[in-house]
Design a protein around this ligand. Structure first.
Ligand code: MN
Length: 201
């Protein structure tokens, strides 16, 4: 039996139109994410790693193979990514909104800082909003690394993340990564981010 499985999207492939197009979503989920998943299972099934959770693997990733790092990260990151988007995105409120305002000054300042982290990540990778020692922070990681990994510079629990690999936006946006980032803010599921914030604090 395979250790990990591909999560269904909580919405249809065209739900995030016009900001993220249907074809990008379908290829991203069924080809890219499924590819990481298949390779992760191939690296874990039948080994001493079988039965460990994804979070356990991330926390000790420096002692595992590049296959587990790249594909385990890929599976974790994309599973989070699908969950924090939705049709007709929202705005943060409650404790999360207070946290954003006290940490970054305002939602607009947060958006600016997060977008900058995403736009300036060289090559392929992710930008993150994390909870680290009870506080919110912005960071970014290369490739399929993430802030749960023991080897990253700035560790924490990711509660929001944007995929800035070209496969996430190239069909619609080509080289215009900043336009993709700006439009992505229209499809954030802030209720889910708030759920993750409450658990991570
Ligand atoms: Mn991706």
């Amino acid at each position: 039996m395979s250790s990990f499985s591909l999560p269904e999207l909580p919405y249809s492939y065209d739900a995030l139109e016009p900001y993220i197009d249907k074809m990008t979503m379908e290829i991203h989920h069924t080809k890219h994410h499924n590819g990481y998943l298949t390779k992760l299972n191939a690296a874990v099934d039948g080994t001493e790693l079988e039965g460990k959770t994804l979070e356990e693997l991330m926390a000790e990733i420096s002692s595992h193979s590049m296959a587990v790092r790249n594909n385990g990260g890929g599976h974790y990151n994309h599973s989070l990514f699908w969950s924090i988007m939705k049709k007709n995105g929202s705005k943060p409120d409650g404790e999360l909104s207070k946290g954003i305002n006290s940490t970054f000054g305002s939602f607009d300042k947060f958006k600016e800082e997060f977008s900058n982290a995403a736009a300036t990540r060289f090559g392929s990778g992710w930008a993150w909003l994390i909870v680290s020692d009870g506080k919110l922070a912005i960071t970014s990681t290369p490739n399929q690394d993430n802030p749960l990994m023991d080897l990253v510079e700035k560790k924490g629990t990711p509660i929001l993340g944007i995929d800035v690999w070209e496969h996430a936006y190239y069909l619609k946006y080509q080289n215009k990564r900043p336009d993709y980032i700006s439009n992505w803010f229209n499809v954030i599921n802030w209720e889910e981010v708030a759920n993750r914030f409450a658990l991570a604090k």
